[in-house]
Design a protein. Sequence first.
Lengths: 293, 293, 54, 54
Amino acid sequence: MRIAFLASRVRAEEKLLLEAYAARGVDVLRVDPRRIDLRVDSLRGGAEWDDVAVVHDRSISFATSAHLVEALESRGMNCVNTSRVIRTCGDKMRTSLALARAAVPQPHTRVAFSPEQALEILEHELGYPAVIKPTVGSWGRMVARLNDRDAAEAVLEDRAVLGNWTHRTIYLQQLVDKPGRDIRAFVIGEQVIAAIHRHSEHWVTNTARGATTSNCSLSLDLVEIASAAAKAVGGGILAVDLVEDPQQGLLVLEVNHGMEFRNSIEATGVDIAAEMADFVLAQAGMLVGGGVR
Amino acid sequence: MRIAFLASRVRAEEKLLLEAYAARGVDVLRVDPRRIDLRVDSLRGGAEWDDVAVVHDRSISFATSAHLVEALESRGMNCVNTSRVIRTCGDKMRTSLALARAAVPQPHTRVAFSPEQALEILEHELGYPAVIKPTVGSWGRMVARLNDRDAAEAVLEDRAVLGNWTHRTIYLQQLVDKPGRDIRAFVIGEQVIAAIHRHSEHWVTNTARGATTSNCSLSLDLVEIASAAAKAVGGGILAVDLVEDPQQGLLVLEVNHGMEFRNSIEATGVDIAAEMADFVLAQAGMLVGGGVR
Amino acid sequence: MSNCPTCEIAIAVPADAVEGEILACTGCDAELEVIQLDPPSLCLAPEMDEDWGE
Amino acid sequence: MSNCPTCEIAIAVPADAVEGEILACTGCDAELEVIQLDPPSLCLAPEMDEDWGE
């Protein structure tokens, strides 16, 4: 038995994960999605997958992740995360709906399907400042702060003219007056294993945009809401991003299905890669009583 | 009780459907997605939906359809088609996987996640001529015939440079040597209600591209494969496109969740709009013994 | 009657037209959307998007 | 050793490098991907796509 590890770009995270599997003596089949020849007209073929007990997806592209994992699941393979989780987390509107269905608190969030309606919502409901986010995308890219109607008109027109059809679903959110930091909680299975604060002078507190990290202690509140958010999107290996709203308390901003964690190991003292590897192996029944079978 | 009818652009099909509902004395709430203010942070709100028994989605945009219907389903509403069906039919790779899981015959189909791998597949497996299709899109747009390696290299580079991230999933198919026509079967619920041939001198036999239509008799084979295809994607109101392969027999090309049918009523003699309206009303328990309740 | 926003020709909006319906301008062939019925009002229909279709 | 495909400076591929790993060129700061280990070979890493991320 072995595991399949899906990754094209090998970031610090993938190296740590491969090291964790090596330390456990696990046989890893590395699969680069750019080199897969995928039959979709049949579920036969692909003998190299026969002895794969579980698939650990670390693809960096949402489309690749969602499509490839669904194809492997169609062949009966056990994948972490599941395609359902990937599709829910990879689309902010679907994440919001999943959180709403589970009554997990989130900022005031509206969706419009036309720039005119988006402006109506901003003018009459959310007010300014507000935030517009692409439904698909990460690292804070194209997350824009709209301080007034002029900014809103400019950004809405940009995306209508320059964007592709995935920008026609316009996701708008209240700007939370956060205290210069947000929280990222790492949830594996049902368990919140660690959390960090991300600090930034900029209103976007993303480490890909220069935010610094420090440990965040696991309060009962945080554990409860982070694990509820993870469960709401389907569970697995997830990073829940939260903000502390002065009035509303902890609110969930998004849930990440392909989380980065290189800066969080030192801050938290938790070996996140090891926890992830053990969870994946446990899914395949390859981890029994703390050792690899 | 009333039904909600989701449509922005009112094509000939939507007019026929609205007339069918009017003829049945059904109270219709017309909803233009461009004017919806959609809360996604909560499932409350929207009193106008309270007495809606069923939603008939005729949105012309895949993203709008999928997002809006999922939001309405989250509020417990019964939608035709379901968001699961929309998402499966709206993405050709997911359609192929659904057909494969149900062992419904389809042309040889491969997916690649890089242009280099796509070229490998074309050179060594599918051969030329072959067909490349965007996973999302309709009316035969950007469905290209690749007669040789030069054509393949050109189109793959175009889409890599000019396309957006949804083009990075490269869907490749054998070109079926069809007899100047294909077949569209209309499936409502479990029932194949009618079928047409679409004739064209062009290898793309799409009425949006000038194909002409004629009635296609419902052979046992056709009924079996079309209803199996509809069931494979989740069922509902669907149009199954098929080709007659000289060797392999009937093959399913795609399943449409928001079908057009204006040219098929006269050709088939079947009142497709009426059949659709009755099906939608039956979903809501609004149609009993042939009359509206 | 209403006027085409492109070529300004007068266009008779049919009595059975509904909001959202697409009319072809008899003057310039532009695709026009009926955005209001009473009084009739037309605007240029939005361009086709990549994810449009059946 | 391998060479940067952009500025041609010699780059030492670390002994523990794996296929798919990203290195920054010491000469021109280009992002390079290790596409082969033995012998080491580098190419320009693909540009970030819109759907990339966590």
